[in-house]
Ligand binder design. Structure first.
Ligand code: A2P
Length: 257
């Protein structure tokens, strides 16, 4: 069997001139866990050109959804940004990734911290009832440069809270904290500053970050990951792996160079 399957593009949504998302059909045999990624792409000159993308869609949805930046000279995204409904995309059959709820010890608050397209795996996770099992609350923080880049804001704040499968859980447990760095907004500043200063917790009326009770999933730019890794090291946080539950897990956002 081929390493990937062909999927048909269903919808395309352009959030900004550098950010878009699309949905496509799903091979019924393609199974994944919330938070995972797979290789996706296009045939270019008869050969598959693939990059890693996290699933935005929930594991229980019939279709697949992905969020992508547009890099004008990027080998894949310079082409992928022009896809239209009816076009064919390639989807790798082998999902992988570290942002798994099962890799974390149970706790009080689960923080899902993403910048830019690093939001993608968390969209899948917040739609999975199991994400909420071991936590009193889930705080989704999305950091972007501009308000327009806060993709899925409406889905997170409204649509999903009315959803028949997960709406009740989201209303009871999900707190959404969007923040931007380059224009005025109700929340401003980098995710790192907001978390390390305790500003985010005081804005939300939550207790200060506590390794004994809180868990973190992180997905974003290399700088964000490096700053958090230094913090985790300094404060003795334990990383979760496939074989050992921990206090945090990390995945880089897959930005095309
Ligand atoms: P900033 O505007 O201060 O660079 P990008 O679009 O470059 O991927 O960035 C997405 C968001 O991540 C921006 O708000 C950006 O803030 C922020 N960011 C960049 N580097 C870091 C970092 N080291 N720690 C936290 N946030 C970061």
């Amino acid at each position: 069997m081929s390493a990937h399957f062909e999927a048909r593009v269903l919808t395309v949504h352009h959030w900004t001139d550098t950010l878009f998302s699309f949905t496509c059909t799903r091979d019924p045999a393609f199974r994944f866990k919330s938070g995972q990624f797979t290789m996706i792409g296009l045939l270019v000159d008869g050969r598959p050109l693939l990059r890693a993308y996290s699933m935005v869609s929930a594991h229980w949805e019939d279709h697949l959804e992905f969020l992508s930046i547009k890099v004008q000279d990027g080998p894949l995204t310079s082409r992928l940004q022009h896809i239209l409904p009816g076009d064919t995309v390639l989807i790798g059959r082998k999902p992988v990734g570290t942002l798994l709820e099962e890799s974390l010890q149970p706790g009080r608050t689960l923080y899902l911290l993403g910048t830019g397209t690093g939001l993608a795996p968390f969209m899948s996770l917040i739609k999975d009832p199991e994400t909420y099992d071991n936590f009193d609350r889930v705080v989704l923080v999305h950091g972007c440069r501009t308000i327009a880049e806060l993709a899925y804001e409406d889905a997170i704040e409204r649509e999903l809270r009315e959803h028949e499968l997960v709406g009740e859980l989201l209303r009871a447990k999900l707190i959404y904290y969007p923040t931007v760095t380059r224009e005025p907004f109700r929340h401003q500043g980098r995710v790192t500053e907001l978390m390390f200063s305790g500003r985010l917790q005081s804005d939300l009326g939550l207790e200060r970050l506590d390794r004994a009770k809180d868990r973190i999933m992180l997905c974003g730019s290399p700088g964000l990951l490096a700053d958090f890794q230094a913090f985790f090291k300094q404060h003795d946080w334990v990383e979760g792996t496939g074989t050992r539950q921990g206090e945090y897990v990390i995945e880089k956002a897959f930005v095309e160079k």
